[in-house]
Design a protein around this ligand. Structure first.
Ligand code: NDP
Length: 282
């Protein structure tokens, strides 16, 4: 790849950053659309995040994605936050404006909904209760996405009950917190089940959840993408539920940033999915 003197540059800041699949994703799109640009992994330590972000305009960098552990801290460094970022309390995308201002965005909620819309067409957020397991960063993005998509009832279940109760109180009456030992009963009549914990990830125990009370028409979504088929998704497939894996959310959340930095709305195709999948053992 040869870059011209006017090439656009974006990247991802994290610590560590080597595990990130985003360079593979954006690199594929840059090549597919023959864009004069580059997407670079930036290993940035926690205490250098402010310096690194503030250097972006001076370096002419169009913006960055942010990953662990920077998503929350960056909110206090950027100049403006988009509405989703304010509600979620975390940013995963920074866009440098023409005046050098840093705009923080959160595109995880967008990625989550776009992935369901693509994989489970016809599913409607408001048609039946949604059950979300977890109350961390991913769960916050999922709940905001579901609220914006018209959910009428969100049942939030988290091991640490207080975190679920706090999030429910923050997001309003549509969201109610159920106890961890009530998680199987919370599935009664649900139209969507989302695992937004890290359970089921490679190296973690599986999510211990009896699906017996989940309606067969419900969609089951796992935000975990390594492995691609988590024990939860495998159990859902066995009983005939439609499933949505976490890779779709990861791919779709990258689209708004790419469009802002490189001027082209990239498509999530089977080819880009296969390319990113090849970057880790499914
Ligand atoms: P957080 O650390 O913010 O939250 C972790 C959540 O998992 C909490 O709700 C925590 O519960 C729960 N949890 C962890 N261990 C256990 C356990 N042993 N038993 C019960 N609950 C447990 O992480 P994130 O929300 O940022 O990430 C969660 C997952 O989502 C990760 O696997 C991440 O890779 C994935 N993710 C995927 C994305 C995608 O694009 N597909 C985007 C963002 C995240 P408690 O509060 O009790 O500790």
């Amino acid at each position: 790849m040869t870059l011209s003197a006017t090439a656009r540059v974006a990247g991802i800041m994290g610590w560590p950053v080597g595990h990130s699949l985003s360079p593979r994703l954006h690199g594929y799109w840059l090549s597919e659309y023959a864009i004069d640009g580059a997407y670079v992994p930036f290993p940035v330590m926690v205490d250098r995040l402010a310096d690194a972000l503030r250097a972006l305009p001076a370096l002419g960098i169009a913006g960055v994605n942010l990953t662990v552990p920077h998503k929350v801290a960056a909110c206090g460094i950027v100049d403006t936050l988009d509405p989703a970022a304010k509600r979620i309390g975390a940013i995963n995308t920074v866009v440098v404006g023409s005046d050098g201002a840093l705009e923080g965005r959160n595109t995880d909620a967008y990625g989550f909904i776009a992935s369901i819309a693509e994989t489970a067409p016809g599913w409607m957020a408001g048609a039946a209760p949604c059950v979300v397991i977890g109350a961390g960063g991913a769960a916050r993005a999922v709940c905001v996405a579901l609220l914006d998509a018209g959910a009428a009832e969100i049942r939030l279940v988290n091991r640490t009950q207080a975190r679920a109760a706090d999030l429910a109180a923050e997001l309003g009456a549509v969201v109610t917190a159920a106890r961890w030992d009530e998680r199987a009963a919370a599935l009664d009549g649900a139209g969507l089940l989302v695992n937004a914990t890290s359970l089921g990830m490679r190296g973690q125990p599986p999510l211990d959840l009896d699906l017996a009370r989940l309606p067969q028409g419900a969609v089951v979504n796992d935000v975990v993408y390594a492995p691609l088929e988590t024990p939860l998704l495998a159990a859902a497939v066995r009983r005939g539920n439609r499933t949505v894996d976490g890779l779709g959310m990861l791919l779709h959340q990258g689209r708004p940033g790419f469009a802002a930095w490189f001027g082209r709305d990239p498509q999530v195709t089977p080819a880009v999915r296969a390319h990113v999948l090849a970057g880790f053992a499914p």
